[in-house]
Ligand binder design. Structure first.
Ligand code: NAD
Ligand code: ZN
Length: 254
């Protein structure tokens, strides 16, 4: 249930931060980290694809997995949560969207200047020299799940092209991290939506916001422990965000 406190803080807020994790895209059919274990890929741990060493050890297996994910995103549509978050921008003086997601569903719902802490599936680059590479749109349906795909080669140095996502052990893009941190420390309301809070340093942001006096609200269908100062809205992101918007501003997303 959206509490009176949360709706009141949202109505009074000058700067709202929306911080999303994989759960915000789950209702668009994009598997969360855990869900990705289901299916033909179940014999692989997605975390095993999330290091430069894993990519170098078996580039085709790793690239095939990311191509499968990129195609899933291209065929997906923003869900009610993305739409409500975009709608929120018209109700508050300032909205900053900070995401751990590597899809572009916030942008496609209408949010501008989304801060991508973990990069994007749509911005691949050379693993050796770092030059950006443009990928063609897929010409057919989803590639077969579990298929190996040879990665393209860099036009400058002939190295393999790798996904433009942040892997374990890699630094977050400096601009994105400092902008996300500044927004967390400056906002009045911090909505943390669909994240397990297990990937650091991103998971520090709600704590930073709380430490700087923001009202911190977690939206998740699975309850987890929070401090007595934080709020928990239990439910799916689309349902809870639309409800919060309606109760705070008497409006429904278009
Ligand atoms: P996670 O998979 O660790 O956690 C997902 C969270 O979403 C869980 O707490 C789950 O209970 C919750 N959830 C599931 N369905 C939901 C719904 N309908 N509404 C609201 N919440 C829901 O994901 P994470 O915390 O984002 O961290 C994992 C990492 O994996 C991230 O760094 C991210 O970059 C990456 N990832 C990204 C995508 C994407 O871009 N869509 C997908 C999978 C993983
Ligand atoms: Zn190169």
């Amino acid at each position: 249930m959206a509490t009176n406190t949360v709706t009141q803080r949202l109505q009074e807020a000058k700067h709202v931060v929306v911080f999303t994790g994989a759960g915000a895209s789950a209702e668009s059919g994009i598997p969360t980290f855990r869900d990705a274990l289901v299916g033909l890929w179940e014999r692989f741990d997605p975390a095993q694809f999330a290091t430069p060493e894993a990519f170098r050890a078996d580039p085709s297996l790793c690239w095939g997995w990311y191509e499968w994910r990129r195609n899933k995103v291209i065929h997906a549509q923003p869900n009610g949560a993305h739409i409500a978050i975009a709608e929120l921008a018209s109700h508050v003086p300032r909205l900053t969207v900070v995401t751990q997601n590597v899809d572009d569903l916030h942008e496609r719902a209408g949010n501008q200047d989304v801060i991508h802490l973990h990069g994007s599936l749509h911005s691949p680059k050379c693993i050796d020299c770092g030059i950006a590479h443009t990928l063609p749109l897929p010409t057919d349906a989803l590639p077969e799940n579990g298929r190996r795909i040879e990665p393209p080669r860099c036009t400058a140095c002939n190295g393999y092209v790798r996904p433009g996502v942040v892997w374990f052990g890699e630094m977050l893009p400096e601009d994105a991290w400092s902008a996300g941190l500044a927004a967390a420390e400056e906002c009045d309301v911090f909505l943390s939506i669909g994240t397990s809070g297990s990937v650091y340093p991103a998971a520090e942001l709600p704590l930073r916001a709380l430490g700087h006096g923001a009202t911190v609200v977690h939206i998740n269908p699975e309850r987890f422990d929070i401090s007595s100062q934080e709020h928990f809205l239990e439910g799916a992101a689309s349902v809870m965000m639309q409800k919060l918007l309606r109760e705070s501003f008497g409006d429904l997303p278009a």
